[in-house]
Design a protein around this ligand. Structure first.
Ligand SMILES: NC(=O)c1ccc[n+]([C@@H]2O[C@H](COP(=O)([O-])OP(=O)(O)OC[C@H]3O[C@@H](n4cnc5c(N)ncnc54)[C@H](O)[C@@H]3O)[C@@H](O)[C@H]2O)c1
Ligand SMILES: [Zn+2]
Length: 363
């Protein structure tokens, strides 16, 4: 087995394995990392079905399994209660452990059940979407959504280990696959020019999901996110660079009433925030066209789907501004692979009008 990537956090560290075929060894790796514990696997119905049909790899898991409906609506307190009650009903004790098999939805939910069950039990993540591999499985954030917003109830509870098997990505719908690529491009943009250039040179191989190329993509993204969060576990300082593109992305997602997938909104947000950085004299002028060209080649949107969004985005931004009575903060890029950093601050205060103006670049 190749060397895992180590993610450090306040209470210790955990390994992230990136290798084809890991799913076929779920039993054995669970036994290794959650030794002596009574285990339950949590997944969503779509992933459960693919797993049982052997389409994610050999299915070795014979233990107890809890399947919840697929989709973001399942990431709720109601499902958290249902899963916790199911474990209690089956007399799972303090010596139990969980395995989250699925995308970021399953991972966040499993992690939050694990964080609270008997005041905290260990868990493993076996991510099966590109987004979950390159983003959601690293950093220890767990939680559920409420009507007031996403991820508002949750806890830091890092997994005991992450088993990222790029072979599972073969069945992932194109749109989900591309959404993960937006975060990978972000990782290159914020921290590693060589990685960004590698993505530029491997677009076709990435889109055809060649195994060795996916291994490198997932590994390098995990390494970059791990390096950033390891240095900064509790979300201050440098960790903010992981939010590149996300200030505008979150507004676009909401303004589109979630018709834009998160990764699509991130692609647009990265372009708009890079243009913002250029207008502020922070980014070199060639960064935005180069970034847009790469995102476009990867099949991600580089224009707002409808002009309509622009007005709703503007409204949303000013609403946001009023609520916080402070300015909006963005992590801004200087050059491919390097983020702006000013006297210990990794974000720059931006006026809502500046953000509104910059959306032109997506028109
Ligand atoms: N904890 C974090 O740091 C963090 C970071 C980023 C995102 N997230 C969270 O992750 C979630 C989004 O994750 P996601 O995009 O993986 O969504 P998801 O888990 O809902 O998965 C998307 C869809 O793909 C299906 N699917 C999963 N694996 C598949 C496979 N191999 N083949 C075919 N279909 C498959 C799922 O059933 C689902 O329908 C959000 O809830 C978000 O808040 C968390
Ligand atoms: Zn994101």
């Amino acid at each position: 087995m190749s060397h895992p990537i180590t993610v450090k956090h306040a209470l210790g560290s955990y390994p992230v394995y990136v290798e084809p075929g890991l799913i076929g060894r779920l039993d054995e790796l669970a036994e290794l990392h959650l030794a002596g514990r009574r285990l339950a696997l949590i997944s969503d119905e779509r992933v459960c079905e693919l797993y049982r049909a052997g389409r994610l790899g050999a299915s070795s898991w014979k233990g107890e399994t809890l399947c919840v409906p697929a989709g973001e609506a399942t990431k709720s307190r109601a499902t958290w209660a249902h899963l916790s009650d199911s474990l209690l009903g089956r007399q799972f004790g303090r010596d139990s452990g969980l395995i989250g098999l699925g995308g970021g939805m399953v991972g966040d939910l499993t992690g939050f059940v694990a964080a609270t069950y008997m005041r905290g039990i260990p868990y493993l993540l076996a991510p099966t979407t590109l987004l979950a591999m390159v983003d959601a499985s690293v950093g220890g954030k767990t939680g559920v959504n409420t009507e007031q917003g996403k991820n508002l109830i949750g806890a830091f509870h890092p997994p005991a280990a992450v088993l990222a098997d790029p072979g599972t990505l073969a069945t992932l719908p194109d749109r989900e696959f591309r959404a993960g690529l937006a975060e990978a491009v972000k990782h290159g943009l914020i921290a590693d020019q060589t990685y960004f250039e590698w993505i530029e040179s491997e677009v076709e191989a990435i889109l055809s999901r060649e195994a060795h190329v996916l291994v490198h993509l997932v590994r390098r993204s995990v390494e970059i996110k791990a390096e950033v969060v390891s240095a900064d576990e509790r979300e201050s300082g440098r960790r903010a660079i992981l939010n590149a593109g996300h200030t505008i992305a979150h507004a676009l997602e909401a303004a589109s009433e979630f018709n834009l997938a998160h990764g699509e909104a991130v692609a647009l947000g990265l372009i708009a925030e890079t243009e913002l950085a250029r207008r502020l004299g922070i980014a070199a002028s060639d960064v935005r066209p180069r970034l847009a060209a790469l995102l476009w080649r990867l099949g991600l949107p580089v224009r707002l789907p409808r002009a309509l969004y622009r007005s709703s985005v503007a409204a949303l931004m000013s609403h946001d501004k009023k609520n916080r009575s402070t300015q909006i903060h963005c992590a801004l890029v200087e050059q491919v692979g390097r983020m702006h950093h000013d006297g210990g601050r990794w974000t720059t205060a931006i006026g809502a009008n500046e953000i509104e103006g910059v959306l032109d670049v997506l028109g």
